[in-house]
Design a protein around this ligand. Structure first.
Ligand SMILES: *[C@@H]1O[C@H](CO)[C@@H](O)[C@H](O)[C@H]1NC(C)=O
Ligand SMILES: *[C@@H]1O[C@H](CO)[C@@H](O)[C@H](O)[C@H]1NC(C)=O
Ligand SMILES: *[C@@H]1O[C@H](CO)[C@@H](O)[C@H](O)[C@H]1NC(C)=O
Ligand SMILES: *[C@@H]1O[C@H](CO)[C@@H](O)[C@H](O)[C@H]1NC(C)=O
Ligand SMILES: *[C@@H]1O[C@H](CO)[C@@H](O)[C@H](O)[C@H]1NC(C)=O
Ligand SMILES: *[C@@H]1O[C@H](CO)[C@@H](O)[C@H](O)[C@H]1NC(C)=O
Length: 562
C-alpha cells in the first residue's frame, strides 16, 4: 500500500506542457518547471555536500557526477550541435555550485544500504532547483539514494559547445518520485558467460537513466552452464561451467553486488529450479531426470533436456540448501527460484521419480508442492521473499506464501489472472519486453524458424502495466523489467541489443506518465531517447542509433506525416 499513492495522478500546474527543448531528461520527472534562460557551468563549479558524515559511496557518486559534468561533452542534438547557442553565452550567468542536503531528520545511510531495503520502503524521491541567476542550485532528498537519483538528473541537463557546459532551460525546478518500486533489467549469464567488466558496464548504464532501473535480475544459471561458484557445492561450477575462466567466483559476486548497490541497484539473483537445471547432472547425476534425453524437444524447452528429480526428498533437501547458501551471501530481500517450463514428460519414465510417487501415493503436482514448501520455506526462514515465474502460480496447484512475487513472462494477458489470485507481480511479458527475440531460430537445422519478432523500443514503450486490471488491483503491480536471454547474445552484443531499448521500461515504471498528467507517448519520447543514446555513446556504451542522424538532429522531421 505504501507506494499506491504514487499511482494517483496529482493535480498539476494548469496548462503546464512539456516545454519544447526538454529533450534531456529520461525518465521524465514527476513534476518539471523550466524557463528559457541560458546558464553556464562555472569553471570553479563544485558540489557542496551538506550531509553530516556523508558516506563514502555518496562522495564517490558526487565525484562521478563531477566527472560526467566535465567529460560528457555532449553537443545538443540540433543542427550545428549548439553553434547557435554561443550568442547567448556572452551574457549568460554562471552556476558555481550544487548544494546537496538531506531533509531534516533523514538518517544518513550509505546509498548501498538504502538500495537494498525492501521494495516500498526505499526513499528515492528528490527535489532539484536550479535558479537562473547563478545562485546555488540545490538538491534535497530524504535519503542518500534520493540524492543519487537527483545527481543523475542533474547530469542529464547539461550540454557542451566550444568549451562551455550549459543549459538553455533555467530556471529549473524538479520534484521526482518513482511510480513503481521495482524497475529491473534481466540478464541470462548461463547460455553465454559475461565477464564481470561487461556486467559492470551494464550496471553503469542502468544507473545513468536515473538508476530508474533499480534491480539487476541475474538469471545466473540454466541448463547449459552453471557459472556460479558455491562454496558448499564447488562441483557445480567445476563440472558445470563452460570453462574454469567462465565462472563467477564468490568474490566476483560480492564485487558485483557492491558495485550495483553503490549505484542504487539491488541484485535479485535467480537459480531457476526445478526445470532449467540439466547441467547440474554433471556434478549430481543422481539428482537429475531425463538428462540429455532425445529428442530433447519432447522433454524440454531447449537442449539439453534434464530437470531436478524434485519428488525425491534428498533433492528437495539439496535444493533448499543450495538456494539458502547462495541467498545468505546476498543483501537483497528477494531471491528468484524460477519455476518456469517444468516438463512433465521428463518424469513419465523416470524410475526414481515414479518409485517415489508410488511409495508415497503422491501426484507429481503434490510432489512439486512439497518441494516448493521446503525450498521456499528455507528461503523465507532466511528472511528472503521468493520470486517465481508465472507457471508456478497459474499452471501448478502449489501453495505459495502470500508474500511471493510472481513474474509475468508468457503473455501480458496473464497479469490479470495473477492479480486475481492476489499475487504481487512483476511485468516482464515476452510480447513487449524480451530483448532476445527477432534474430530467427537458433536450432541447427531449422533455417527458417522464428524465435518471435524483434520487440522495438517503441513497441515496448506502449506497454501499460495496469491494462485490464481493476483499480483495487493496481497496488499488486510492483513494476517490471526488460530481459536479455543469451542464446544468441554475449559480451560482444550486450550494449547494442540492450541500449537504448531497455530505457523504455525505465520510463514506464519510473514516470508512468508525463509531467502534464498525459499518458506516455512515443513521439514525445523519441527526441529524449536520442539524447539518452548519444550520452551513452559519449560514455563508452555501444548503444545503437534509433534513426538516421539527420532525423536525430531534427525532432519530428522524420515523423510519418512530417
Ligand atoms: C543557426 O543560425 C543560423 C544563422 O544565424 C540560421 O540560419 C540557422 O537557421 C540557425 N539554425 C538553427 C537550427 O536554429
Ligand atoms: C521527504 O519526505 C516527505 C514525507 O514523505 C515528503 O513530503 C518530502 O517531499 C520529501 N522530500 C523530498 C526532498 O523528497
Ligand atoms: C538435509 O540433509 C542434511 C544433511 O544430510 C540433514 O542434516 C538435514 O536434516 C536434512 N534436512 C531435511 C529437511 O531433510
Ligand atoms: C489444489 O490442491 C488443494 C490441496 O493442496 C486441493 O484442496 C484443491 O482442490 C486443489 N485444486 C485444484 C484445482 O486441483
Ligand atoms: C501475508 O499474510 C500475513 C499473515 O496473515 C500478513 O501479515 C501479511 O501482511 C501478508 N502479506 C501480504 C503481502 O499480503
Ligand atoms: C486487455 O483486454 C483487451 C480486450 O480484451 C485485449 O485486447 C488486450 O490484449 C488486453 N491487454 C492485456 C495487456 O492483457
Amino acid at each position: 500500500m505504501a507506494f499506491f499513492r504514487y499511482l494517483i495522478i496529482l493535480p498539476l500546474i494548469a496548462g503546464c506542457l512539456l516545454p519544447s527543448g526538454v529533450q534531456a531528461l529520461w525518465p521524465i520527472p514527476t513534476t518539471l518547471e523550466t524557463g528559457l534562460t541560458t546558464l553556464k557551468i562555472s569553471s570553479a563549479f563544485y558540489f557542496d555536500v551538506q550531509v553530516e558524515g556523508a558516506p563514502s559511496d555518496l562522495r564517490d557518486a558526487v565525484a562521478q557526477s563531477q566527472y560526467y559534468l566535465e567529460n560528457d561533452k555532449l553537443g545538443r542534438l540540433v543542427v550545428g550541435r549548439g553553434a547557435n547557442d554561443t550568442a547567448a553565452f556572452a551574457t549568460a550567468m554562471t552556476l558555481s555550485k550544487l548544494t546537496l542536503f538531506l531533509a531534516n531528520g533523514a538518517a544518513v545511510e550509505p546509498i548501498s544500504s538504502e538500495a537494498v531495503k525492501p521494495l516500498g520502503t526505499r526513499s528515492e524521491e528528490y527535489a532539484l532547483v536550479i535558479p537562473a541567476d547563478g545562485s546555488a542550485a540545490t538538491l534535497t532528498a530524504n535519503s542518500t539514494l534520493g540524492l543519487y537519483r537527483g545527481l543523475t538528473t542533474f547530469n542529464q541537463l547539461f550540454y557542451y559547445y566550444g568549451g562551455v557546459t550549459y543549459t538553455l532551460l533555467a530556471p529549473i525546478s524538479i520534484k521526482d518520485t518513482p511510480a513503481y518500486p521495482f524497475r529491473g533489467l534481466g540478464l541470462d549469464t548461463s547460455r553465454h558467460y559475461y565477464p564481470v567488466s561487461d556486467i559492470q558496464r551494464t550496471l553503469d548504464a542502468m544507473s545513468w537513466v536515473k538508476a530508474s532501473i533499480n534491480t539487476f535480475h541475474w538469471h545466473i544459471t540454466d541448463s547449459q552452464s552453471f557459472p556460479l561458484e558455491v562454496a558448499q557445492y564447488p562441483e557445480l561450477a567445476i563440472k558445470g561451467a563452460y570453462s574454469p575462466q567462465e565462472v563467477y567466483t564468490a568474490s566476483d559476486v560480492q564485487y558485483i553486488v557492491q558495485y550495483a548497490a553503490a549505484r542504487g541497484i539491488d541484485v535479485m539473483m535467480e537459480i531457476d529450479t526445478p526445470g532449467h537445471t540439466a547441467i547440474m547432472a554433471a556434478a549430481y547425476p543422481e539428482y537429475v531426470a531425463c538428462f540429455e534425453a532425445s529428442p530433447w524437444a519432447f522433454f524440454s524447452g531447449e537442449p539439453p533436456a534434464g530437470q531436478l528429480r524434485f519428488a525425491l526428498p534428498e533433492v528437495a533437501n539439496f535444493t533448499a540448501s543450495l538456494l539458502t547458501n547462495i541467498a545468505k551471501t546476498l543483501p537483497s530481500h528477494y531471491f528468484s527460484t524460477g519455476g518456469d517450463e517444468i516438463n512433465k514428460n521428463c518424469y513419465t519414465n523416470d524410475h526414481p521419480t515414479q518409485q517415489q510417487l508410488k511409495r508415497t501415493g503422491m501426484t507429481l503436482n503434490g510432489a512439486l508442492d512439497t518441494f516448493t514448501q521446503i525450498t521456499h520455506g528455507a528461503l523465507i526462514a532466511q528472511g528472503k521473499t521468493p520470486v517465481v515465474w508465472e507457471e508456478m502460480a497459474l499452471d501448478w496447484n502449489v501453495t505459495l506464501s502470500n508474500e511471493t512475487i510472481v513474474m509475468v513472462w508468457i503473455s501480458s494477458a496473464d497479469a490479470a489472472a495473477l492479480v486475481e489470485k492476489g499475487f504481487r507481480i512483476i511485468q516482464a511479458p515476452s510480447d513487449y519486453f524480451y530483448l532476445d527475440t527477432g534474430a530467427g531460430e537458433w536450432l541447427g537445422d531449422n533455417p527458417t524458424g522464428s524465435s518471435g519478432p524483434f520487440r522495438t523500443w517503441s513497441e515496448a514503450y506502449t506497454f501499460d502495466p495496469l491494462a485490464n486490471l481493476t483499480e483495487a488491483q493496481y497496488e499488486l503491480v510492483f513494476g517490471g523489467e526488460q530481459i536479455l536471454w543469451s542464446e544468441q547474445s554475449g559480451p560482444q552484443n550486450v550494449d547494442p541489443i540492450v541500449w537504448p531499448r531497455a530505457a523504455s521500461s525505465a520510463e514506464i515504471f519510473w514516470s508512468g506518465k508525463q509531467p502534464t498528467g498525459a499518458a506516455l507517448n512515443v513521439a514525445e519520447a523519441l527526441p529524449r531517447l536520442h539524447d539518452v543514446r548519444y550520452r551513452m555513446v559519449q560514455r563508452g556504451i555501444n548503444a545503437i542509433p534509433l534513426q538516421p542522424q539527420w532525423c536525430a538532429f531534427r525532432p519530428d522531421a522524420c515523423d510519418m506525416n512530417a
